[in-house]
Design a protein around this ligand. Structure first.
Ligand code: ASP
Length: 324
């Protein structure tokens, strides 16, 4: 038997789970924040600016955060100049463009596709997995078959430019992950709508020149994205293997639930990587928002940035980082 009590710490109410003996139970403490109903959009990297602009059209119209995070990242998926997402995404080392994406709504529903080929908008397929199947995740041929059955069209996603870059890479064929956006930069997006609901999306072609079949964090709920509408949401970008090993986005949201600010939570999740993994040659960036609309971001190395849109103003912000 447990009882719960609420008390004030730094002006915010905290509900703590207490055992009968009066000792607090691990994982039971959670902080209560007031929900914001002011629309806000945040998304990773420079291309977040155009994603936010698109999402904003939905948000100012009273539309849902879920629609906003889908339509926002679709702009980047369709942009052939974005070499890390959708059309024009850099291929694996054999020349295949393979895509990963996931989406979560305010009810805790989740949908995901991974190792999906030939479909320009994996985020919309992920949403259909969430809304029209009993499952969370479809991969490879199964995901493609499902997409085609829902009316998505098969397309060539390797552009002339991305093919040229791949051919140049093949001259040396050295797999050398680069720290920042030069060869990977997933778009991860979180929106809050005028009802105060949070949703998130994440879509990528993954690490350039990866092994055939490699899947990163981006389609994995809890690694690349996590949303808990009662507390907050987080997205990740960077070397997916590090977020997979620490279930980083879940960790950020869990820390927010337990009372950390969005900023403190992102910093603690990066610290977890630094403490446990070989992090020096890899970049990871976390971006988070709590339900009060407070945002936070942190990365291992300098270079990570994100776009934040509120009150119609869309700005690019440099994230702070563990190393200088
Ligand atoms: N996280 C993605 C992956 O590992 C890539 C990126 O965000 O840069 O597939």
């Amino acid at each position: 038997m447990k009882s719960r009590r609420t008390f004030l710490k730094n002006g915010v109410a905290i509900t703590a789970g207490l055992s009968l003996a009066g000792t607090s139970c691990v994982g039971e403490s959670e902080i209560q924040r007031e929900r914001s109903t002011k629309p806000k959009a945040i998304s990773t990297w420079n291309h977040g600016l155009s994603a936010n602009e698109e999402a904003w059209k939905t948000l100012v119209d009273g539309g849902s955060a879920l629609d906003a995070v889908e339509t926002g990242v679709m702009v980047v998926e369709a942009d052939p100049k974005s070499t890390s997402v959708g059309l024009g995404g850099l291929p694996d080392r054999d020349g295949n463009v393979t895509l990963d994406a996931c989406i979560m709504d305010h009810l805790g529903n989740a949908g995901s596709v991974s190792f999906l080929q030939h479909i320009k908008h994996p985020i919309s397929v992920a949403r259909k997995v969430m809304e029209e199947t009993p499952h969370v995740m479809l991969v490879g041929d199964g995901a493609l078959k499902f997409a085609l059955s829902k009316g998505f069209k098969k397309e060539q996603l390797l552009t002339e430019d991305s093919r040229d870059q791949w051919k140049k890479w093949k001259e040396e064929s050295k797999y050398r992950p680069i720290i920042n956006s030069e060869n990977h930069d997933t778009i991860g997006m979180i929106c809050q709508d005028s009802k105060g609901n949070l949703s998130g999306s994440c879509t990528t072609s993954g690490a350039a020149y990866k092994m055939y079949g490699r899947v990163g964090d981006s389609p994995v709920i809890g690694a690349g994205l996590f949303v808990d509408n009662d507390h907050g949401a987080a997205v990740a970008t960077g070397m997916g293997e590090l977020m997979l090993k620490t279930l980083g986005s879940f960790l950020v949201v869990e820390l927010i639930r337990q009372g950390a600010t969005a900023q403190e939570a992102c910093e603690a999740a990066i610290q977890r990587i630094v403490d446990k993994l070989d992090y020096k040659s890899f970049q990871v960036g976390y971006l988070a928002m709590d339900k009060a609309g407070n945002t936070g971001a942190f990365a291992i190395h300098p270079g990570f940035n994100y776009a934040e849109m509120a009150d119609g103003n869309n700005i690019l912000i440099d994230s702070r980082s563990y190393s200088n």
